[in-house]
Write a protein that binds this ligand. Structure first.
Ligand code: ADP
Ligand code: ZN
Ligand code: ZN
Length: 800
């Protein structure tokens, strides 16, 4: 966690004497500096020296750089994996440059231009001729002061190149998509017309359209269709040529910002009221403060968010609510929309035109609330009053491509920069957040009971070893089978969690030990029953199942249990039950989720079988039984957070049971029944778990008691990756601050993914930001001469 000092400001009066352009520049630069100082806690004198430098009189010998006196030169952060900014000539025809403005510039080889951001409008022309900026995308900077500072902070803290970072903060559609019409596609054929000559992409597009028809949402925009079917424009055009689909142009449909906000259905209970009261003053008169709202499952956290947000809106300000992606498809969202007006929901299914529309609505203050996944933390609210992060422990808040930022931590930084409160809600707060509570950085509010005096569900741990019939490939033991039958008899509903995709995770030959591995990754391919294909979960490569062992010709065996096998077992054991499977193979769009959840809510389904997708935020009154098929899938991953993940998963999914008048029951099957994470989950004992796990982390000097930075070094050639990692580790070691520990270089958890060999170097340091501070401005130098790609991942959530 960063330290949350508000960055020092330079007195405004000093700045006013500067020409407007210069002033903006200085503000931006000092913002960057101050943010950096706030992160790194650098010595104040160095900071002041740097600031003083900004006010230095221009050197009279140097050529002045003002419009009219020769070519104007700007600094540009190009959206690419480069660690410095580049100078470009600014053509007068483009008007005045602004810091933050988006531009296209030619960069590297080839004719294509790249996105970039003006970082400096007053660079001095050097002796070399410079390439000109090709065009501007905005008339002014799309960043306000806070977001600009936030971008600099992310770049510094997460060691991610500035241009790439800024690019991630603004949807590419913004400002460029003022189209009034869009092309939509209709299905004009039946499944029977689809010949075998269709490619997999074409088939997927047709499947999506058929699904849309079944869901009553036909036509789909070509843009949506391409995204859902992972298809190119060509694919779509070929389908049209074959007369399987029809295209049509129609006016763009923009989402509505409805004003309707329903009234309160009930009064807050005492715990909720106390939590809201504790937030109170900061909601009316914004001031920074980070609050962890630890409320057990079913304690009514959402209601606290709603009331807090309403107060902020009443005070004329905007609120941002971050939720895990999947929550955007569940009833939580529907309930929120009934209670709050003028909500912009930023989900992955928006078209470019819709995204652009929402962006402007938020920026211009017409949207009062922004709900979205981690990237919504960059929503351009101009009058922010509150940020809420729901399910703050979710590791999906961490982005796993550059910039590798953590949505929750960036939200805390944004709140600090904006001087507004932030609420981090969870039934199982991350140990990072709990540690911040214990060290006094965050405040803790608790909702220790379920609403309406409802009891927590009773949880039973079932040792799988004793429950399974030897010789049978099954994973639903006797106890769980019996309880499912009983719940179905009572016409109640069941949620089952199986956190592993596919049917079987090993295809191997028992006679010669040959195993089917992906040709691009050092991983087993997983057999999927519906398609009868094997799929690599790391690179999505598919292949057909070999008829026999390619090495010895023997018979191949399918081994390892995935969710598809459980679905088969359910169908055998409960042939009349209506079961829906919810995993990323069956659910490829938010619409599909919604359909399943609606059907479950309407009682059309008896059993919801899912991966961790069913473990969050669902609130169905008729669910009386929750079964965890195997608590071991997350326990056995080679990651120091395995116990924490397991505890969270079990507590969260258990919390789906008994949320209304039916008493809830939970069965957890495991091979590790003595594991403390499971034992504490059985009694919903968060404090017990934290009290057990935190000292272990402290002893091992692991986060949250230290900070980790992981460097991944990748190359297509095994040698280059290995040598690159060794060279980088040597260069790095010479630069690391005292007290930090360097682990490696070593092979990454998975040596090869998508054909790239991966090695890693881990740095553990006692203080947040100290490694980044030591490396600030040096990444270019450190990676120079290394013929492999070097990626930094600060506070990594995933160590494979
Ligand atoms: P959590 O997010 O803490 O798991 P929710 O916010 O989903 O819990 O609330 C659980 C249920 O309790 C919801 O159906 C909600 O409408 C209801 N609820 C919330 N607050 C109250 C209250 N004060 N009185 C009665 N019901 C409430
Ligand atoms: Zn064999
Ligand atoms: Zn692969």
């Amino acid at each position: 966690m960063a330290t949350w000092n508000r960055p020092a400001r330079i007195a405004d009066c000093e700045l006013r004497t500067l020409p407007a352009d210069r002033r903006r520049n200085v503000l931006a630069l000092t913002g960057a500096l101050a943010a950096h100082v706030a992160v790194a806690g650098a010595a104040a004198d160095r900071y002041h020296a740097a600031v003083a430098k900004l006010f230095e009189e221009p050197d009279p010998a140097a050529p002045a750089n003002a419009p009219g006196d020769g070519p104007r030169v700007v600094g540009v952060a190009v959206a690419a994996n480069v660690w410095r900014t580049f100078d470009y000539q600014w053509p007068d025809a483009l008007g005045e440059p602004h810091v933050g403005q988006r531009v296209h510039v030619s960069f590297g080889k080839g004719k294509r231009t790249r996105l970039g951001f003006v970082t400096d409008t007053l660079r001095r022309p050097g002796s070399h001729p410079l390439k000109p900026v090709a065009e501007t995308l905005d008339a002014a900077s799309p960043f306000d002061e806070t977001l600009w500072q936030l971008g600099q902070w992310i770049s510094d803290y997460y060691l991610s190149p500035l241009g790439m970072t800024l690019a991630a903060m603004i949807p590419s559609a913004v400002g460029r998509h003022r189209a009034r019409t869009e092309t939509v596609a209709y299905l004009t054929s039946d499944r029977a017309d689809w010949q075998n000559t269709l490619g997999p992409r074409q088939r997927r597009v047709l499947d999506e359209l058929l699904e849309a028809r079944n869901q009553g949402v036909e036509p789909l925009t070509v843009e949506d269709l391409r995204r859902a079917g992972e298809a190119s424009r060509d694919t779509i055009m070929r389908l049209r040529q074959r007369k399987l689909i029809r295209l049509e142009s129609r006016p763009v449909v923009l989402p509505e910002l409805s004003d309707a906000a329903g009234g309160d259905l009930f009064d807050l209970n005492a715990d909720q009221a106390a939590a809201l009261a504790a937030l109170g003053p900061r909601l009316d008169e914004p001031a920074f403060g980070a609050v962890v709202l630890h409320g057990v499952t079913g304690s009514g956290k959402t209601e606290v968010y709603v009331r807090a947000i309403r107060r902020v809106i009443a005070a004329g300000r905007q609120a941002i609510l971050l939720v895990p992606e999947i929550a955007l498809a569940t009833q939580t969202l529907q309930r929120l929309l009934q209670r709050l007006g003028r909500v912009a929901v930023l989900h992955s299914g928006l078209t470019d035109a819709q995204r652009d529309f929402y962006y402007r609505q938020i920026r211009d203050g017409h949207a009062a609330v922004v709900v979205g996944p981690r990237s919504a933390v960059f929503a351009p609210t101009r009058r922010l009053g509150l940020i809420v992060v729901d399910e703050e422990h979710e590791s999906s808040y961490k982005q796993d491509t550059a910039p590798r930022y953590h949505g929750r931590d960036v939200a805390v930084k944004r709140a600090a920069l904006s001087g507004v409160p932030i609420v981090l809600g969870s039934a199982t707060p991350s140990l990072e957040s709990m540690h911040n509570v214990q060290t006094g950085r965050y405040e803790l509010l608790t909702l220790p009971r379920r609403v309406r005096g409802l009891p927590m569900p009773a949880l039973q741990i079932v040792p799988l070893r004793k429950e399974l019939t030897p010789g049978r490939i099954e994973l639903i033991g006797r106890t769980l089978t019996r309880k499912i039958a009983a719940a179905l008899d009572r016409r109640e509903q069941v949620i089952l969690l199986m956190n592993r995709r596919g049917y079987a995770s090993y295809v191997f030959c028992p006679s010669c030990d040959w195993q089917l591995q992906c040709e691009h990754c050092t991983r087993n391919m997983v057999f999927h029953q519906a398609t009868q294909m094997v799929l690599c979960h790391y690179c999505q490569q598919t292949a057909s199942l070999p008829p026999h062992c390619p090495a010895c010709g023997g018979k191949l065996l399918l081994f390892g249990l995935g969710i598809q096998r459980i679905a088969g077992e359910l169908a055998r054991k409960f042939p009349t039950a209506a079961v829906a499977r919810v995993d990323s193979d069956t659910m490829s769009s938010p619409g599909q989720f919604r359909k399943v959840f609606d059907a479950f809510g309407a009682g059309e389904l008896d059993i919801l079988l899912g991966t961790q997708m069913v473990g969050k935020g669902l609130d169905f009154p008729r669910v009386s039984l929750v079964g965890v098929i195997s608590a071991d899938t997350s326990l056995t991953i080679p990651d120091f957070r395995a116990a924490e993940r397991t505890f969270q998963l079990v507590v969260q999914v258990a919390g789906r049971a008994g949320r209304a008048d039916l008493p809830g029951e939970v069965v957890v099957q495991t091979l590790h029944e003595d594991e403390p994470a499971i034992q504490y989950a059985a009694t919903h004992d968060y404090d017990g778990f934290a009290g057990w796990e935190l000292p272990l982390r402290a002893d091992a000097k692991l986060p949250p008691f230290s900070r980790m930075v992981r460097f991944l070094i990748r190359h297509r050639q095994s040698d280059r990756a290995r040598e690159g990692a060794a060279a980088f580790a040597r260069a790095l070691a010479a630069r690391l601050p005292a007290g930090s520990i360097l682990w490696g270089p070593s092979e990454a958890g998975v040596l090869k993914i998508r054909g790239l060999f991966r090695h890693q170097v881990l740095v553990v340091s006692p203080r947040p930001g100290s490694v980044q501070k030591a490396l600030a401005g040096r990444m270019e130098e450190l990676t120079r001469g290394i013929h492999a790609e070097v990626l930094a991942d600060v506070d990594p959530m995933n160590l494979i």
